[in-house]
Design a protein around this ligand. Structure first.
Ligand SMILES: [Zn+2]
Length: 416
């Protein structure tokens, strides 16, 4: 049915360049954080390109953007394909944009070939996948899956002081011609192309990763409280140093978690000390912990281990410790039927594939809760992402788009 459609490589590559201009950084990357003026510009450009092709443009109350190509059966739930357009503050040109623009290229390819699909196909750009300006990440896709906006979101304050509620309203208003939809509607299935953000495809020289699932993630915030005192006059026996307690606990966690299990991830990305004076023992030390693993019970075990080690570190320094869980996402497994469709697509494209688990979380993790989903990974140079130097070669970009087009055809023709 969709056999006539082909990817227009030049159009796709030029479009990636065009979107990379929106928020371009001096280092060759992109700073287009969620719900900023630049994010609105990118959304507006996509909407204009869509209108030029006669596609429908819609948004929902959480500013997910949908580009619809009609099907024969307009009442049928659409096949969704897409990713996100927001970036990290010093992000790359491909993270998110690749998935959104390959999806739009698929829609244009179907249009160019005059293919009539049974059900509608829609490109989606999910709002705030990155979660760096407004936390948490994957706001748009998680709200879509839940069918509701969490009560606390409107009051969330951005890293730059902006209020979520205000920025969301402005972003929605920036697309006045986009028809408003209800949040969370039945979708047939969801496919997302993304750069791997890791080195394995490049190292093994494999053009396509078929992602079978996404590892779970848990974030903890640990606060150790001690007693601030003079750095010069306080002898060791009188010290209640929360940073010392923290460092000794972290040292044990670094030594115990990742060296013992190559599927486990343990990261401390933020440490804050108060009062933060050069000549005072801290009153308080706080750090974040990011734990990831494909197995929920292992995430639980590692969380307990962190509590134990911090408890022991704090006791040795006569400090108090408290834990707060700030984020918890269980692992996802994509349905076999969708993965089989991707295998068939790869065989037709003549592309070698590798089954893999995603180390990062993605919108597909949330969408999979309400519609059968899967992801297609393409290699990125040196595994670099969330970095201005992020790079995927034109060949790999085009392979990802061809895979998405063929997978779209497989899904439309199958009974998933
Ligand atoms: Zn991404």
């Amino acid at each position: 049915m969709t056999a006539k459609a082909t990817i227009n490589s030049q159009r796709l590559l030029e479009r990636l360049d065009r979107f990379a201009e929106i928020g371009a950084t001096a280092g060759g990357g992109v700073n287009r954080q969620a719900l900023t003026m630049l994010d609105r510009q990118a959304r507006l450009l996509l909407a204009k390109l869509a209108e030029a092709r006669g596609f429908g443009v819609f948004q929902d109350p959480v500013a997910n953007l949908f580009i619809r190509r009609s099907g024969r059966d307009e009442g049928a739930p659409p096949l969704l394909i897409g990713s996100h357009l927001d970036s990290q503050p010093s992000g790359g040109r491909f993270d998110g944009a690749l998935g959104t623009l390959t999806a739009f290229e698929v829609l244009e390819s179907l249009e160019d070939a005059g293919v009539q699909t049974e059900r509608p196909v829609e490109v989606v750009a999910w709002m705030n996948e990155e979660g760096c300006r407004f936390a948490p990440g994957c706001m748009g896709s998680s709200a879509f899956a839940a069918g509701a906006i969490p009560l606390e979101w409107p009051g969330i304050i951005a890293t730059d002081g902006a209020r979520f509620e205000d920025e969301l309203r402005e972003t929605l208003a920036a697309l006045p011609r986009a028809a408003m939809r209800n949040l969370g509607f039945p979708a047939h299935s969801y496919l997302e192309v993304h750069i791997e953000q890791g080195p394995s495809l490049e190292k093994e020289n494999i053009p396509i990763g078929i992602v079978t699932g996404i590892q779970g993630t848990r974030w903890l915030e640990v606060t150790v409280s001690g007693q601030t005192a003079h750095a010069g006059t306080t002898a060791l026996t009188y010290r209640r140093d929360p940073l010392h307690a923290m460092v000794s606990a972290l040292e044990r966690l670094y030594a115990s978690i990742m060296p013992a299990d190559d599927r486990a991830r343990f990261t401390v990305g933020r440490i804050m000390v108060e009062p933060g004076a050069v000549n005072a023992i801290p009153q308080m030390a706080r750090c974040t912990i990011d734990i990831r693993h494909p197995d929920t019970s292992e995430i639980d075990r590692l969380s307990v281990m962190a509590e134990q080690f911090f408890g022991e570190g704090a006791a040795a320094e006569r400090c108090q410790v408290s834990f707060r869980q700030t984020f918890d996402m269980p692992p996802a497994n994509f349905p076999p039927k969708v993965l089989e469709a991707l295998d068939r697509a790869a065989a037709k494209a003549g592309l070698a594939t590798k089954s893999m688990l995603s180390g990062a979380f993605h919108d597909a993790l949330f969408v999979n809760r309400v519609a059968p989903s899967a992801m297609i990974f393409v290699p990125c140079r040196d595994g670099l992402s969330h970095n201005e130097a992020e790079y995927t070669s034109p060949d790999h970009v085009v392979s990802g788009a061809r895979m998405l087009l063929l997978a779209t055809a497989e899904i439309l023709d199958s009974d998933i």
